[in-house]
Design a protein around this ligand. Structure first.
Ligand SMILES: Cc1ncc(COP(=O)(O)O)c(C=O)c1O
Length: 465
């Protein structure tokens, strides 16, 4: 409702309306059914620190999913706050066409060094975008365009893994495999060959962690007829996130690499969720037992510690140089985003890399990440309604199921019940269907990891009561 001055009326029946009521009047929230907000109003977050969101009523809530997987160093990290403020005082934004600045260059240098360490196929250039979906589109366009400029214009098709998720723009939806997200837009999407589902592994302790021998023949058979027309194969390396938090064997990346090399196909690794130490290594692709560096790697989310929207596509010399020519030959890659390489975002990203190094994030993940999957596995031993415990790095997941192992009917919305129970118990869980998972900041303290596991299990039990 508006006042005569045109401003929103902050009173309802004589009382001041709450933020949640004002929100309901004007905000169209992402990724959900608006009527759910009648049952569960949005959390009124006033501040946040580390793992914890502080609400207007003084309660704190554990951000168990790092605010959609991006808060890799938790909320309000002082070093990142300082870097942002310092950069804002110097240069908040300028375009990256015909201009450059220290944060963009420094970040590119550092990302290349990180991604190339120990790898035989180095990346050489960084192309910036301002969100994950757009960066996936950049990689798809680069792959297609490169194939043409490298002399193979027949290569216009893409293949992607079943259960993959790559974002919400039309191209990213085209190579994704989450029907619900894409279905209404089918008429807009381009064809993409979805490969056979890849069986998940419970984690690095799984005896078949480093052996994709069983699933490779089906994938290879599906790829074979496309060998002459594919521009690229697109995948989330090692950890499929939105498709159900499914870790798969890193060995599969070696198989894909060898196949792609043999057939002139590019590999596009969407490292947006899995990269930057979420799975324990700088790139999740580095978990491959052997060389499996992709041709294009896409980073976002934790890149800025979740402070600012930023994404980067890493490319090798052979791809970059195929776009070099005299101006009139029209071979340039003309993609542009206004905020590509924004100085604030790049400066915070550099600070996030500093913090990761100085605070020993890789060893923290290696040492304490397993506690998540071990805690869930321990709980599942005596609770038949928890099944399929799995995890890698600082992520662990479990499925709610009936005691006989079968899934609950979708309409029962057990995951949603667990989400509501989680909020009552002080944790923001946000399951994927009936899959409950923990994706906390990489620097979460061991006691908080235990608290997250206990709260998840307790919430799951409440959802089944
Ligand atoms: C693997 C993966 N790719 C792409 C995206 C899309 O990123 P954004 O939400 O920044 O567009 C996501 C987001 O969850 C993701 O998990």
């Amino acid at each position: 409702m508006k006042t005569s001055s045109g401003r929103p009326d902050v009173r309802t029946s004589g009382r001041r309306s709450t933020l949640a009521q004002r929100d309901r009047a004007v905000i169209w929230h992402p990724c959900g059914q608006a009527t759910d907000y009648d049952l569960v109003p949005p959390l009124e977050v006033v501040s946040a620190r580390g793992l914890r969101l502080t609400l207007a009523d003084g309660r704190t809530v554990l951000d168990a999913i790092s605010s959609w997987w991006c808060k890799s160093l938790g909320h309000g990290h002082p070093r990142l706050v300082a870097a942002l403020a310092a950069q804002a005082a110097r240069l908040e934004h300028c375009l990256l066409a015909n201009a450059t600045h220290e944060p963009a260059v420094a970040l590119a240098e550092r990302l290349l060094a990180l991604a190339n360490a120990g790898q035989e196929r180095p990346f050489a250039k960084v192309f910036y975008a301002d969100n994950g979906s757009t960066a996936v589109e950049v990689a798809l366009k680069l792959a297609l365009h490169w194939q043409r400029q490298a002399g193979d214009p027949r290569r216009t098709r893409f293949a992607a893994l079943a259960n993959g998720y790559h974002g919400e723009t039309v191209g990213a939806l085209s190579v994704g495999d989450l029907g619900l997200y894409a279905e209404p837009y089918r008429p807009l999407l381009f064809p993409c060959q979805t490969l056979a589902p890849v069986p998940w592994r419970s984690g690095p302790e799984d005896p078949a962690w480093l052996d994709a021998g069983a699933e490779w023949p089906a994938l290879e058979a599906a790829l074979a007829p496309l060998a002459d027309t594919l521009a690229a194969v697109v995948y989330e390396p090692v950890l499929q996130g939105a498709g159900g938090m499914r870790p798969f064997s890193p060995h599969l990346l070696c198989r894909l690499r060898a196949w792609a090399d043999a057939h002139g196909v590019l590999l596009v690794a969407d490292e947006i969720a899995a990269g930057l130490w979420r799975c324990g290594t700088p790139l999740a692709s580095h978990l491959a037992p052997g060389q499996a560096q992709p041709d294009l790697a896409v980073l976002s989310k934790g890149l800025t510690g979740g402070f600012m929207p930023l994404a980067a596509v890493l490319a090798p010399t052979r791809i970059h140089d195929a776009f070099l020519a005299a101006w009139h030959e029209n071979r340039a890659f003309l993609h542009s985003n206004t905020y590509a390489g924004n100085p604030l975002a790049c400066a915070v990203a550099c600070a996030a890399l500093d913090a990761c190094a100085d605070e020993g994030i890789p060893s923290h993940v290696a040492r304490h990440g397993p506690a998540l999957r071990q805690g869930l596995a321990e709980a599942a031993r005596t609770r038949p309604w928890l099944g399929g415990v799995r995890g890698v790095g600082m992520m662990a997941a479990v499925d709610l199921r009936r005691a006989d192992g079968s899934p609950f009917p979708r309409l029962e919305r057990r995951g949603w019940q667990a989400f509501r129970a989680g909020l009552e118990r002080g944790a923001l869980l946000r399951p994927l269907g009936d899959t409950l998972y923990l994706f906390p900041p990489l620097n979460t303290a061991p006691a908080d990891l235990d608290l997250l596991v206990a709260t998840l299990v307790d919430s799951a039990a409440a959802a089944l009561a």
